[in-house]
Write a protein that binds this ligand. Structure first.
Ligand SMILES: C[S@@+](CC[C@H](N)C(=O)[O-])C[C@H]1O[C@@H](n2cnc3c(N)ncnc32)[C@H](O)[C@@H]1O
Length: 278
């Protein structure tokens, strides 16, 4: 168990890239969820950064919380300024990309947060729940250690993200296989008593997450863009290359433009991204 004051004390200059680092259960079973990002995360910050319009939504949802726990924090893109933030991140490769001066970071996993009950005013998680081995356990842990929970995630149901987004609908149906056995968004919300709020993606979204380039399809042909998104590693190189070839052909022939004519006029798209807020 790491007390919050121990985390703050660990945040001394010279520790891992600006954030103090306290190791909790290093080498234990909870650390296995770090493996994917220890493998694919080295270039994360090339394309992944704060999208200010989405950050504003999260920071508003945090309300007047003074102490904030950021779970699955990565390099800390959405950590709110002006509050007392503590980060949790299991991957050493991701922790090493936290900028100088970032909030102190504990090496732990969501499913077993090393904090006492109600240690924080709020706990937040951005684009990470789909990586957790047990999302419901992780969400309940957030609820246990904080009075308010704010989670940015997606609705993977048939009416949500997969069918709405041309990339998964027309080129990468294999994404469905990645979601088998995962709890639905409704189950996740119910586990913590959260309400759901849609988050539209601006056409020029600054954070290069999977859906970010919905109106800039050429971006998916760029290796750097794909390396910042775990989906590509998880579907494997053959599927990735097939998708890139098909998309390139359709962009060249005008087929993509023909199919997605309605998108060009939109400034923001509803692709199933959601905030869960308690
Ligand atoms: C897509 S990145 C998001 C990072 C950061 N929240 C951001 O918005 O840039 C997903 C992060 O979840 C972390 N992660 C994976 N399994 C986890 C777990 N069980 N508990 C907490 N974080 C986990 C990964 O190591 C990775 O840093």
């Amino acid at each position: 168990m790491v007390r919050k004051d121990q985390v703050s004390r660990a945040a001394t200059p010279g520790h891992v890239h600006g954030g103090g680092m306290v190791t909790a259960r290093e080498g234990g079973s909870d650390m296995s969820s770090a493996q994917l990002y220890d493998t694919i995360g080295a270039t994360y910050t090339v394309t992944r950064r704060t999208e200010p319009r989405i950050a504003a939504r999260i920071w508003a949802a945090l309300g007047d919380a003074r102490t904030v726990l950021n779970v699955g924090a990565g390099a800390g893109s959405y950590e709110p300024p002006g509050r007392d933030v503590t980060a949790v991140e299991p991957s050493a490769v991701m922790r090493a990309q936290r900028p100088a001066g970032a909030a102190p970071c504990v090496a732990a996993a969501a499913e077993s947060l090393p904090f006492e009950d109600q240690s924080f005013d709020a706990a937040m998680a951005f684009s990470t729940v789909h990586h957790w081995q047990d999302p419901i356990a992780g969400l309940r842990e957030m609820r246990r250690v904080a009075r308010r929970v704010v989670v940015f995630t997606f609705d993977a149901s048939d009416t949500g993200w997969r069918r709405r987004f041309w990339l998964t609908r027309d080129y990468l149906p294999e994404v469905a296989d990645l979601l088998v056995g995962r709890p639905s968004l409704t189950e996740q919300a119910r586990a913590i008593g959260a309400r759901m709020e849609p988050v539209l993606i601006p056409w020029d979204c600054a954070d290069g997450f999977f859906e970010a380039y919905w109106r800039r399809p050429e971006a998916y042909l760029d290796d750097h863009v794909r390396r910042g998104v775990s989906v590509w590693a998880r579907v494997g190189p053959e599927t990735e290359q097939r998708t890139v070839r098909s998309l390139r052909d359709d962009l060249a022939s005008g087929r993509w433009a023909e199919r997605n004519r309605d998108l060009v006029a939109l400034d923001a798209a509803e692709l199933g991204l959601r905030l869960l807020v308690t």
